[in-house]
Design a protein. Structure first.
Length: 789
């Protein structure tokens, strides 16, 4: 990329850096023309699209090597390693490898199934047996393994059928003897169990999602372009929107750990694409929907075994043909055009590959509806092309031309390489920047046992991890607010949007694109939104004076018992801008400064910044906003920086689980300094209290841990609404500690957490945050305290 960039002549670079959307067809044409005569460019496209050079090819000898390693691990009893090697072999095995006694894929599935069974993963074992049978329906060992798995499952009727088919398919007499012995076990158990061993319905009943009848309208706003509004009142905690992505892609860092279709964590029996070694899926269903090819030849060539009774023949075809369907799922196969021995999807950035998926979907949809194939205007979404830095504009041009060349290897003449087409891709890339959402999962903490056992207290913060990136068409019309009234979350790759408060008819529904009031101060939120999305936030949280923005980074007044805030220059500048906005055009905003004081009396704004409204709206840095006392912030910062190095030592000690008494005592001492320098509601104090709670928990001083955790929550309650999810997350740690000391108050903490999480995630709260289920489970267990209070 860097080489291509530097090869572009300066004059063309200049043109591109200054280009507007309407000039794009011309700048794109010029760059196409330049690359057309550049051998380096053609070499790059060849490298990305030549199947003989692809890194993603199947590899017979590597598959066999991995299989051998798997076998060695099994013989040493190293089952988790064996699992890894068999999965790797399956990923690399060519689908039609029939030059061995048994098809290699079928053999590998059975080997993996037997390993899974040894690891106690019966469902996974059963699925792998069925996959082996879909490739090789007459494979006696696969039926045998399936029979054994069904015995372990207690499904004796199925086990008897599996073993009878295995017996018919097996040719060696020693093999037959082994099967007969297993069959006897199954028959005995079936008789012994009576009806409880009868076939059970494996399908888990799924609770349908209830989408409340919330009517939404997309309307033009005065400051933020289009936005989503509700037509009627929306009650708190109701689901207002649910949508599957137009296109989605897994992030590179999650390729080996998460399903490439649904983005859930991969199961032990993950499956791979039949034609390339890149995507991994958690289930056959995900693989079908993604459009990758399956190890599945049975539907074409299935024939029952000679002399088999009719009911066994039917059973056999049920097992072999289930999941083999090439049923139209309604999904556009998002992997198919990336799976022809090309390895560009592996190399290009995720958002470029995502743009390819969107373009392909547009083409396929137009094909299905026989619409005009002139692909003018892919998606009607906003973009930020004009605001992009020059460097990004050039990169987008180059990537769009590369992507189009790569896609041409699949679509040939259907995708002409023209200035117009490339310009549309450039716009698509900037639409993706503004509109795509990060699909996130709550990182589940490793919980090895009940919460009331030491070591299972959750004192570190729950982290959200980004697993995918997706574009939702209607979801793209929700604007951002730093004080959102809705929350977005994801199950599988589906977007859910839920109201977190009562919303009056005609109001705008706004979610947070990341930053929120209480999390960062106004200038930091604005900076992030400018950098990432190229807009200046116009939300109410960034337009009105309020307590969290005033206190979050504030210093303490030097006068005893005064709660007024002292601000530094940067925060003062930002708050002054808000004040000026209000004074210049109070009618644009919901309330005038005076009214705001009235409105915010409950929120104690006068307690921390009365002066602003009493003395001509004066806001001076380094002076208390209640009593005007002066604080030398340079000296305060110098003192705080010493304390910070002490906290750094504490954090390192927590990370390595080596908290010494000295480090802990130093940190406690420094916290006293922090409390005399920072405003009592300053977020840094909350963070430090949280660290101290974690450290005290690690050294087993649970009461001290509880006290510090509580102190942290009390500060957060000044920064966020009391029912905010950030408080819920902290309360999880608090309840976890309460349980550990046997405090019966844990029960009410858990009730509060449950209420908060239902407000944000409705009936999906436990799925979104698995630790919550764990915590709730503990409430029902009567345990005496491990440490008495
Ligand atoms: C995902 S789109 C939302 C829909 C968009 N308003 C439209 O007309 O298509 C994001 C874009 O909306 C605008 N936007 C969203 N929230 C905003 C806010 N709080 N302040 C200003 N502009 C905002 C920005 O232009 C941003 O790039």
């Amino acid at each position: 990329m860097e080489k291509l960039k530097s090869a572009v002549p300066d004059a063309l670079k200049q043109q591109i850096s200054k280009s507007t959307p309407s000039q794009l067809p011309s700048t794109c044409s010029s760059l196409i023309h330049f690359f057309h005569h550049l051998p380096q460019f053609h070499q790059m496209i060849k490298d990305l699209t030549d199947p003989s050079m692809a890194l993603c090819c199947k590899d017979r000898s590597a598959a066999l090597e991995a299989k051998l390693k798997g076998n060695e691990c099994v013989s040493k009893g190293e089952y988790p390693n064996a699992l890894l090697f068999y999965s790797q072999a399956l990923r690399l095995a060519p689908v039609d490898m029939d030059d061995m006694e048994v098809n290699l894929a079928a053999l590998l599935y059975v080997n993996r199934a037997s390993t899974l069974q040894k690891m106690g993963l019966l469902l996974e074992c059963l699925r792998d047996c069925s996959r082996a049978l879909r490739v090789s329906p007459h494979y006696a060992k696969a039926w045998f393994r399936r029979g054994k798995a069904n015995i372990s499952f207690g499904k004796f009727e199925d086990a008897i059928r599996d073993l009878n088919i295995s017996l018919k398919a097996e040719i060696s007499s020693s093999g037959k003897r082994q099967i007969e012995a297993e069959l006897k076990i199954a028959l005995d158990k079936f008789k012994g169990m009576g009806s409880s061993g009868k076939k059970t319905n494996q399908n888990q009943s799924e609770v349908p999602d209830e989408l409340d009848q919330v009517k939404l309208q997309c309307l033009l706003t005065t400051t933020k372009g289009r936005g989503m509004f509700c037509v009627e009142d929306v009650s708190e905690a109701s689901l207002v929107h649910k949508e599957d992505p137009y296109a989605a892609i897994i992030l590179k860092k999650c390729r080996e750990t998460h399903c490439h279709f649904c983005f859930n964590e991969l199961s032990a029996d993950a499956i791979s694409c039949a034609s390339c070694s890149i995507p991994l899926y958690c289930s056959d269903q995900c693989q079908i929907q993604a459009g990758g090819q399956k190890f599945d030849r049975s539907s074409k060539s299935f024939s029952g075994l000679e002399g088999l009774a009719d009911d066994l023949k039917n059973y056999m075809s049920d097992v072999v043909l289930t999941g083999a369907s090439t049923l139209d799922t309604g999904h556009i196969a998002e992997h198919r055009h990336e799976c022809q021995g090309f390895h560009w999807p592996l190399i290009l950035p995720s958002e470029v590959v995502l743009a390819g998926r969107i373009l392909v979907k547009v083409i396929e949809q137009k094909r299905r509806t026989s619409a005009d194939t002139n692909l003018i205007g892919f998606l009607d979404l906003s973009h930020n092309y004009l605001q992009l830095p020059p460097e990004n504009k050039l990169e987008m041009h180059i990537y769009s031309i590369i992507l189009l060349h790569c896609l041409q290897h699949f679509y040939r003449t259907e995708l002409p390489i023209s200035g117009i087409m490339v310009s549309k891709l450039v716009i698509l890339l900037s639409q993706i920047q503004v509109n795509s959402m990060a699909v996130v999962r709550m990182q589940a903490p490793e919980v090895k046992g009940p919460v009331y056992e030491p070591g299972n207290a959750l004192t570190s913060s729950l982290e959200q991890v980004k697993v995918g990136q997706a574009v939702y068409v209607a979801g793209s019309f929700f604007n951002h607010s730093c004080q959102p009234n809705i929350q977005a979350y994801f199950l599988s790759r589906t977007l859910y949007v839920q109201a977190t408060e009562y919303i009056l008819a005609g109001s705008e529904l706004e979610l947070s694109y990341g930053p929120q009031v209480g999390q960062w101060d106004c200038k930091d939120r604005q900076r992030l939104l400018e950098d990432r999305y190229s807009f200046t936030c116009q939300c109410t949280g960034c337009s009105e004076l309020h307590v969290p923005d005033l206190v979050i980074n504030a210093y303490r007044c030097t006068k005893l018992n005064c709660l007024g805030v002292i601000l530094d220059h940067t925060v003062t500048r930002c708050e002054k801008r808000k004040l000026k906005l209000l004074l210049d055009a109070p009618t644009v905003f919901s309330s005038s400064p005076h009214k705001q004081v009235e409105k915010l009396k409950d929120a104690n704004i006068s307690e921390v910044a009365r002066h602003v409204f009493e003395s001509d709206y004066k806001l001076e840095p380094q002076h208390c906003l209640v009593c005007d006392s002066y604080r030398d912030l340079q000296a305060s910062c110098a003192a705080i920086s010493q304390a910070e190095s002490c906290y750094k030592r504490l954090q390192d000690a927590i990370a390595s689980n080596e908290v010494s008494t000295n480090i802990l005592l130093d940190a406690v001492r420094c916290t006293d300094l922090l409390r005399t320098t920072f405003h009592p509601y300053n977020k840094r104090i909350a963070e430090v209290e949280d660290n101290l709670a974690q450290a005290f928990c690690l050294v087993g001083e649970l009461q001290a841990a509880i006290d510090h955790c509580k102190a942290s929550i009390q500060i957060l309650e000044k920064l966020y609404d009391a029912n905010h999810v950030a408080i819920g997350n902290e309360l999880i740690k608090f309840a976890s500690l309460e349980i550990l000391v046997g405090d019966s108050a844990a029960s009410s903490s858990i009730s509060r957490i449950t209420a908060i999480f239902s407000r944000y995630y409705g009936s999906h709260a436990d799925d979104i945050n698995p630790y919550l289920r764990h915590l709730k489970g503990s409430r029902d267990v009567d345990k005496s305290p491990i440490v008495s209070r």
